[in-house]
Ligand binder design. Structure first.
Ligand SMILES: Nc1ncnc2c1ncn2[C@@H]1O[C@H](COP(=O)(O)OP(=O)(O)OP(=O)(O)O)[C@@H](O)[C@H]1O
Ligand SMILES: [Mg+2]
Length: 260
């Protein structure tokens, strides 16, 4: 069984893309077959893993596949990275939300596209910074949510809105969408009072329910991104790999439970 995980938070710049790449890298490092999906029309993940050419390539792309999943096979669109496979975004996807809003089952296109992918142990989907129809597609296709958030007061409202959206989808589609972890991302020490307060709030609010992992701000993480890889691809030592490997281990436990 493939475990699918949507990396989402509609707030911009909170570390979604960085977390998606590095969680995929950690899972691959632990020996899993991983597909990384870039559902953000801005395509930062696609660039970040070295597929800028695919982002601006001629059709067909993920755009066409989401418009007409029945007539596109995933393996025509997937590209191979040294750590994992990638389903890249394309610049055409800027028109996608508008087209899907007026389409039948417009929120279930990614579900259809990812229906029969049993070659992967994990699919990790990087979402755009909005609670629009693309994020709905990711939530419904994955039904597992990994939430990156910064240790800032503004995260409280962001998470409240995200959970309301999840509740609405669960009701409308009679499904269950499960949170699988919270990544407090880009944490910069020494902590100020706001950060300390937020770390406590995350712990009080989610600590009993889901794993909370802290990833500190590190130049090595940015360097890996600029080199088109996760932190796990090359030998450069970074003290934050442990946190991501821990999260990967939590996701393995989740997979065992789901498959049991
Ligand atoms: N742990 C970290 N250490 C250093 N820099 C980081 C870390 N996490 C994120 N960043 C940086 O913060 C910025 C925002 O991160 P990222 O692009 O992953 O966020 P995002 O939520 O995907 O943004 P968007 O909402 O635009 O999609 C990037 O410049 C990224 O390199
Ligand atoms: Mg992003």
């Amino acid at each position: 069984m493939t475990t699918k995980i949507a990396v989402t938070n509609q707030k911009g710049g909170v570390g979604k893309t960085t977390v998606a790449i590095n969680v995929a890298g950690a899972l691959a490092d632990r020996g899993h077959e991983v597909l990384l999906v870039d559902l953000d029309p801005q395509g930062y993940l696609t660039s970040g893993v070295g597929f800028d050419d695919t982002y601006t390539a001629e059709p067909p792309s993920l755009y066409d596949a989401l418009l007409d999943p029945a007539n596109h096979a995933l393996n025509e669109l997937v590209v191979h990275h040294e750590e994992f496979d990638v389903l890249p975004a394309n610049i055409d996807m800027f028109n996608l939300e508008q087209e899907l809003v007026s389409s039948m089952r417009g929120r279930e296109r990614l579900s259809m596209l990812l229906e029969d992918i049993d070659v992967y142990d994990y699919v990790v989907v990087d979402c755009p910074p909005s609670l629009g129809i693309l994020t709905d597609n990711a939530l419904l296709a994955c039904r597992h949510v990994l939430i990156p958030a910064e240790a800032e007061d503004t995260s409280i409202r962001a998470l409240d809105l995200l959970f309301k959206q999840i509740d609405t989808l669960e009701e409308n589609y009679e499904t269950r969408i499960q949170e699988v972890g919270l990544v407090v991302s880009n944490v910069d020490y020494p902590l100020d009072n706001e950060q300390k307060g937020m770390l406590e709030w995350f712990e009080d609010t989610f600590g009993e329910r889901i794993p909370i992992v802290e990833v500190r701000s590190r130049a090595a993480i940015k360097r890996a991104f600029n080199n088109g890889v996760s932190m796990f691809a090359h030998a450069e030592d970074c003290d934050q790999t442990g946190a991501l490997l821990e999260l990967a281990a939590d996701l393995e436990q989740l997979q065992e439970k789901t498959n049991a």
